[in-house]
Unconditional design. Structure first.
Length: 459
């Protein structure tokens, strides 16, 4: 006997069929003033599929070949875990730069898609801008870096969907930091493209692994290597993290940044090395050995699973994937700058940051007085237990479930990102309905976003 297709209420309470999630009933859907319907723009292949087909031309910071990471819907190859660190077969060699591909594949399975753009609450634009600019970041003229961006916005504004809200209901997703798309001059030596400074792009919202200080950029979690296909795998992993014995007070996985004078990493490494019985250090220097050690999720998970706290200084930019590896391992993150997490992942992490993390503000490394040992040892055990439980509870929020399946009861990072952007666009619509100017504040800069004002650290 054939089973009934899985049914859920969605799209503003109408029934969605998971085996046929494309909604076409226009008259029925128009009864709702708001909905969760999303329309996927069918872009010319050069903006997405052809980039994948020519993956050998794409470089990332370490110059590694990105092509092997494209298998399994962008998750990479399944990781072989001979020591049982990872527990089940839900782990992959995921590359953070492929977030756009993973997100696109998950969006294709979104429960409330529509093929009628007039019914959509949001227009998803699957332009793999990060993969595109990744071909040209090093030693290539600025005009070449920008060419695809110009072509992209020219195509976008020629589509009938653009006129509805002049792009303010459009969004794209990239697997690079937002600053890679905000080059402010045409100097050849300046970094990145100027996609986000093009007037048309300025009307759109962009979701990326790290946001800028502009209001139309939003941060969503880096992809980790854990991509469960069912709820039981999430529950099993959470239970494993609750039962872990954690012999080290704190740990750090990373490399020093001697060329960045304001980086606290050097001080952190010094403190860790001086606290051998309390701290475990895993160096991830560039080069064959370091890359292999830290690229293997089993090695990183083993370190963080054995630690009560995981130190999370800024990386080459404010954020780093290690934040989410730590949460995944049930390890309480310790932050030194609000721009590393608190001012970033507002859709995915609690506003009350003291519930799940420790904040040790370091405004100037020259005045380093952190005393990490003393700071962490002063925290009462009951608060440690509470923070760890909150971290473990957050695990579903920061993972991207396997695009080839769907979690039943958990909302993952994709779900929360979609909910966040829909709320954002609904807010713009309300401004329009109330007779306001939808451009007011939409893409303004926030000079205080990454300051220490309003954030209280441990004493």
């Amino acid at each position: 006997m054939m089973e009934k297709p899985l049914m859920r209420k969605c799209c503003n309470n109408q029934i969605c069929n998971y085996e046929n999630s494309i909604t076409t009933q226009k008259s029925e859907s128009l009864q709702f003033t708001t909905s969760k319907h999303i329309y996927i723009h069918d872009l010319p292949r050069r903006f997405n599929q052809e980039l994948i087909e020519s993956c050998e031309s794409i470089t990332v910071g370490t110059e590694r070949n990105i092509c092997p990471y494209l298998v399994n819907s962008g998750l990479g190859h399944e990781v072989e875990d001979l020591e049982g660190v990872l527990l089940n077969k839900s782990w992959y060699s995921t590359n953070q730069f492929l977030l756009a591909v993973i997100f696109h594949n998950k969006m294709k399975q979104y429960k409330c898609l529509t093929n009628d753009s007039s019914l959509a609450s949001a227009i998803y634009v699957p332009f793999y801008a990060g993969l595109d600019v990744g071909r040209y970041l090093w030693g290539v003229k600025a005009s070449i870096r920008d060419q695809s961006s110009f072509d992209f916005v020219k195509w976008m504004v020629s589509q009938p969907e653009w006129e509805k809200m002049w792009g303010r209901d459009h969004f794209l997703v990239v697997g690079r930091i937002s600053w890679d798309f905000r080059r402010q001059t045409d100097n050849e030596s300046d970094w990145g493209s100027k996609l986000r400074f093009l007037p048309e792009s300025n009307n759109m919202s962009m979701l990326s692994i790290e946001s800028s200080s502009w209001n139309n950029d939003y941060a969503i979690p880096y992809p980790t290597c854990f991509h469960p296909s069912k709820d039981s795998e999430v529950l099993q992993w959470q239970d494993k993290m609750r039962r872990k014995k954690r012999p080290y007070l704190f740990s750090f996985a990373g490399a020093p940044r001697p060329d960045l004078q304001d980086s606290v990493r050097g001080k952190i490494i010094e403190e860790c090395q001086a606290s051998k019985n309390l701290c475990k250090l895993q160096e991830c220097s560039y080069g064959v050995n370091g890359a292999i050690t830290c690229d293997n999720p089993a090695n990183v998970m083993r370190l963080f699973q054995n630690s009560v706290y995981c130190l999370q200084p800024a990386g080459d930019s404010y954020t780093r994937r290690s934040i989410f590896d730590a949460i995944l391992a049930g390890c309480i993150p310790v932050f030194f700058h609000p721009g590393t997490a608190y001012a970033q992942y507002k859709w995915h992490l609690p506003q009350n940051y003291s519930k799940y993390s420790v904040f040790v503000p370091v405004k100037d490394v020259k005045d380093w007085k952190a005393g990490i040992n003393e700071t962490l040892l002063r925290i009462p055990e009951e608060r440690v237990v509470s923070m760890r439980e909150e971290v473990i509870r957050l695990i579903p929020n920061i993972i991207y479930a396997d695009p080839r399946s769907r979690l039943e009861t958990f909302e993952d990072a994709f779900d929360l990102a979609v909910k966040g952007i829909l709320d954002r666009i609904d807010g713009v619509r309300k401004v329009i309905r109330d007779g306001g100017d939808p451009s007011a504040g939409f893409a303004d800069g926030d000079d205080f976003k990454y300051t220490f004002s309003g954030y209280v650290g441990e004493t």
